[in-house]
Design a protein around this ligand. Structure first.
Ligand code: SF4
Ligand code: FES
Length: 220
């Protein structure tokens, strides 16, 4: 029999399989905790970087990202008090501030806007990104088309590509506020060559220092 852990979730005593995260246990009980960088699908590793899923754990100074935190025996977790819900709302407002407004969004029914609605957020009280800092569409290769102005730099696409698809074509460039997903054109070309039954030239390209990520056009 698998190991179990008993803890308190929103005032109720819960026994769950050890190794599940707080988010997974809550979700299994029908509790909706917002999530952005976490995709609850097989193979997707939670990363805990967007902080949309924060909950309060008794005795801890800071809120915890429930998508990566496993409950411990006797832990007391609260998902629905004022501190947790207002912190999650704040995160969502900060993210929405840098987005095109929902009525002009590229995808008006995106997961982000669903999660904003779950937090009761439709607009933000924070200033928008300055015009010159709004990233443009990246369609620099036939295999990519990313509206970077709608990207929250959550890194989910990087994990999906690297760990689920095992292609490792997407990475993050830049730091902090200026981080954005970027694409390895040499690898994209390699994938196209493999699909066409041609030898993969990736090793050669790497050897020549030809690994190149980001903007540009494919010459293959
Ligand atoms: S493009 Fe990638 S990093 Fe940007 S929001 Fe989508 S999944 Fe996250
Ligand atoms: S969904 Fe938990 S930190 Fe992003």
């Amino acid at each position: 029999m698998s190991k179990q852990v008993t803890f308190t979730l929103d005032g109720e005593q819960v026994t769950a399989e050890a190794g599940l995260t707080i988010w997974e246990v809550a979700n299994g009980r029908g509790l909706k905790i917002p999530h952005l960088c976490h995709k609850p699908q097989p193979g997707y590793r939670p990363d805990g970087n967007c902080r949309a899923c924060m909950v309060e754990i008794e005795g801890e100074r800071t809120l915890a990202a429930s998508c990566i935190r496993e409950p411990a025996e006797g832990m007391v977790v609260t998902t629905n008090n004022a501190r947790a819900t207002s912190a999650r709302k704040m995160v969502m407002e900060l993210l929405v501030a840098d987005q095109p407004a929902q009525d002009v969004a590229h995808d008006k029914s995106s997961h982000l806007w669903d999660m904003a609605e779950l937090n009761g957020v439709s607009e933000s009280r924070f200033p928008k990104l300055e015009e010159g800092h709004i990233p443009l569409l990246d369609d620099s290769h036939v295999a990519m088309n990313v509206n970077l102005d709608a990207c929250i730099s959550c890194g989910l696409c990087v994990r999906a590509c690297r760990e689920v698809q095992v292609n490792d074509v997407i990475g993050m460039a830049g730091r902090g506020h200026n981080a954005y997903p970027t694409f390895d054109i040499v690898l994209l070309c390699g994938l196209r060559r493999m699909r066409a039954g041609l030898p993969d030239r990736r090793a050669d390209a790497r050897h020549r220092g030809g690994r190149r990520a980001g903007r540009g056009s494919c010459r293959f």
